[in-house]
Design a protein around this ligand. Structure first.
Ligand code: IPE
Ligand code: IPE
Ligand code: MG
Ligand code: MG
Ligand code: MG
Length: 299
């Protein structure tokens, strides 16, 4: 992976590397309990856009991080993300049957297995992040573990999911909607950028502020676009059930702002993301390209 590569080539390199790393860090199917391990691998491998790993590698690139640490950090975030999807799809949450073009884990296996897959993937993520002899200062590595824990928990992804479920049938204000999106989706995207950067060096206050401004914009944009795609694309394109938000009476950007305004907001957020990277100059090219990808994607 080099700075001069075309973005689509770079993306494919990171995705391929991620698939290998995830295969290595997940328990082998032959290990007991085999069915749980098989289901964990089913949930994580062979699917997904791997946007969070792309952010980890792009931020790592900017701060000169080593590939081994980036690989562990990216795998850890992707495992938390995969766990969040397995639980998000369960009957007690969004009750979805299709994910990444395949039957969801509770459909393919059963509900108890899906619950345990999520639980076990969460632990596996922290194992992946904290194992291995790596050339990263232990205090910085601990900070990475701490940031991932915070982003995943009740003030991050889980908290956002709780607000999402409590909001069904309610009309949220734009401010409340933004907070929900920043927590349920933005937190994991933000920590992806942060882990990649921390894998490279200790960050200055100004660097953290610029990265946070970028992450806030792409984190929000990601869920705005997810809401738009839910309303505009079909299930085959998305690999998950389309039209689910309206059917479930979820408050989304589309239900509150309408389609055109939501698309315009996503475009504004893309520009905000670019602007936040100004202090880093050309070296932040990959992060800019990912902001474009997040807003222009069709699935
Ligand atoms: C879907 O995330 C769930 C949201 C946070 C909106 P992605 O769109 O990144 O899903 P995969 O990983 O590509 O399947
Ligand atoms: C899910 O948001 C965010 C998560 C934390 C998993 P959605 O419920 O909109 O995600 P999809 O549309 O099912 O992927
Ligand atoms: Mg949901
Ligand atoms: Mg869902
Ligand atoms: Mg959605």
């Amino acid at each position: 992976m080099t700075a001069s590569q075309d973005f689509s080539v770079w993306t494919k390199c990171v995705q391929a590397r991620m698939e290998d790393a995830l295969k290595e860090y997940l328990p082998a199917t032959a290990e007991v309990p085999q069915r749980l391990h098989e289901a964990m691998r089913y949930a994580v491998l062979d699917g997904g856009k791997r946007v969070r790993p792309l952010l980890v590698f792009a931020a790592g690139d900017l701060f000169g991080a080593g590939e081994a640490m980036l690989s562990r950090a990216a795998a850890a975030v992707e495992m938390i993300h995969a766990y969040s999807l397995v639980h998000d799809d369960m009957p007690c949450m969004d009750d979805d049957e299709l994910r990444r073009g395949k039957p969801t884990v509770h459909v393919q296996y059963d509900e108890a297995t899906a619950l345990l897959v999520g639980d076990a993937l969460q632990s596996q993520a922290f194992l992946a992040l904290s194992e291995g002899e790596l050339d990263v200062d232990p205090a910085r590595r601990l900070a990475m573990v701490r940031e991932l824990a915070r982003a995943s928990g009740s003030v991050g992804m889980c908290g956002g999911q709780a607000i999402d479920l409590a909001s069904v049938g309610h009309k949220l204000t734009l401010e409340q909607l933004e907070q929900m999106h920043l927590m349920k989706t933005g937190a994991l995207l933000r920590v992806s950028v942060l882990l990649g950067a921390l894998a490279g060096k200790e960050l200055s206050v100004a660097e953290v502020a610029s990265l946070n401004a970028y992450s806030k914009a792409v984190g929000l944009a990601f869920q705005v676009v997810d809401d738009v795609l839910d309303a505009t694309e079909d299930s085959a394109t998305l690999g998950k059930t389309a039209g689910k938000d309206a059917a479930d009476n979820k408050p989304t950007y589309v239900s509150i702002l309408g389609l055109e305004e939501s698309k315009a907001l996503a475009e504004q957020l893309r520009r905000d993301a670019h602007e936040a990277l100004t202090p880093f100059g050309d070296k932040a090219r990959r992060l800019r390209e990912i902001a474009d990808l997040i807003v222009q994607r069709k699935a």
